[in-house]
Design a binder for this molecule. Structure first.
Ligand SMILES: CC(=O)SCCNC(=O)CCNC(=O)[C@H](O)C(C)(C)COP(=O)(O)OP(=O)(O)OC[C@H]1O[C@@H](n2cnc3c(N)ncnc32)[C@H](O)[C@@H]1OP(=O)(O)O
Length: 336
């Protein structure tokens, strides 16, 4: 994503971490125009992400970031745009108190780190940048993806998690959040608090109202003619059929990006470079399509029997299996 100002001047690191304080951070302190540029970058990223997910409004913006205790990891590429740099994408995380259903169907209260928003610029998707950013966040938080919760993950994101971390949605939740096999197993009792089914003042509310939900409710609340003629959310099946039809290894890298990514090119270095490099090499090869699942094979072993008992035909579609499998339709995260 290009901007008419110098991205390298705004963000010195390949991955910058922004939160409610850093958004008005050191570089921008006392320099209002730099602060305004940072705000513009965050707002534009939020808009692009909302558009990509077909959300009616942004769930990420500079003003929201300043008012919430979230962290935003921003990935840039220093070389692109004539050396002024481009913003590749962002990942927003934050802790949320959630009421979740465990495998026994009991409500438990947990406060996991949640992935709230994630976006890589359209022309740079499927080149390993998402993995680089996600891995950076995991290392920074010293966390495994299994222990996190995911706010209404899109089909692309589910595919990403299945491919790179072998994550398979576990217990369908009453809210928009998805947790994966092992989420409950790998937590100490202190991190999960059982909640009685009924509180004295009535039924428990199984979820916190999330930004995505607020955005939808705001949209629904608007009277005609301001309300959209139909829901902007596509059905899960149509999203899936689109995803499936997109194919898995497109060659849609723009010339500048291709130059920056070419072997021996002058791309920014990152601590995860060999892994990411391998991931990007896989764009032109069918080898290695299992991602890094072997790293998480212990987790696969604990998967409920029968979950993947009917593989889909064709290559590497296993990560779509859950959403297509009739028994798992209830866990599809984005209702039509
Ligand atoms: C909780 C939330 O934030 S939900 C919102 C998630 N964000 C979105 O859906 C916005 C649009 N999508 C994106 O921005 C990106 O595709 C992301 C962030 C999901 C992934 O980032 P990328 O840089 O593309 O991922 P990366 O290159 O590391 O991994 C590629 C894998 O991601 C998945 N993926 C990425 N793009 C697609 C796509 N168009 N269709 C299906 N799967 C996709 C696939 O598993 C892919 O592997 P494959 O190419 O072998 O099939």
């Amino acid at each position: 994503m290009e901007f008419p100002f110098d991205i390298n001047q705004l963000f010195s690191e390949r991955v910058s971490i922004l939160d409610q304080t850093i958004v008005a951070g050191r570089k921008a302190a006392g320099r209002p125009h730099l602060q305004a540029h940072i705000d513009t970058v965050i707002d534009e990223l939020g808009k692009a992400s909302a558009k990509a997910q077909q959300l009616p409004a942004s769930i990420t913006s500079a003003s929201k970031l300043q008012s919430q205790k979230h962290q935003l990891y921003l990935l840039k590429n220093r070389e692109m745009n004539g050396g002024r740099g481009v913003v590749v994408g962002f990942l927003k995380v934050g802790y949320k108190k959630l009421f979740l259903l465990d495998r026994q169907g009991e409500h438990v209260e947990a406060e996991p780190l949640c992935v709230l928003d994630f976006y890589i610029a359209e022309n740079l998707q499927r080149y390993g940048y998402g993995l680089e950013l996600f891995d950076f966040m995991l290392q920074h938080k010293k966390l495994e993806p299994l222990l996190m919760a995911y706010d209404r993950p899109s089909p692309k994101f589910l595919s990403f998690l299945a491919k790179h971390y072998c994550l398979t949605p576990s217990v369908p939740q009453a809210n928009n959040f998805v947790v994966f096999e092992g989420f409950f197993l790998n937590r100490s009792a202190g991190q999960l608090r059982k909640v009685p089914l009924r509180k004295p003042d009535g039924e428990i509310k199984p979820y916190s109202l999330m930004e995505r939900e607020v955005v939808h409710q705001e949209q629904r609340a608007r009277p005609w003619p301001f309300a959209p003629p139909h829901s902007p959310q596509r059905s899960v099946s149509s999203q899936l059929s689109h995803s499936l039809s997109v194919g898995s290894s497109p060659s849609r890298l723009p010339p500048r990006a291709a130059a920056a990514l070419a072997p021996g090119g002058n791309r920014d270095q990152s601590p995860q470079s060999p892994l990411i490099e391998r991931c990007r090499e896989r764009r032109t090869s069918q080898q290695g399509r299992a991602g890094r699942c072997s790293l998480y094979s212990w987790h696969m072993d604990s998967r409920a029997p029968g979950l993947l008992d009917r593989p889909l035909p064709g290559p590497d579609l296993s990560h779509f299996h859950l959403c297509l499998h009739p028994r798992r339709m209830a866990s599809a995260p984005r209702p039509p």
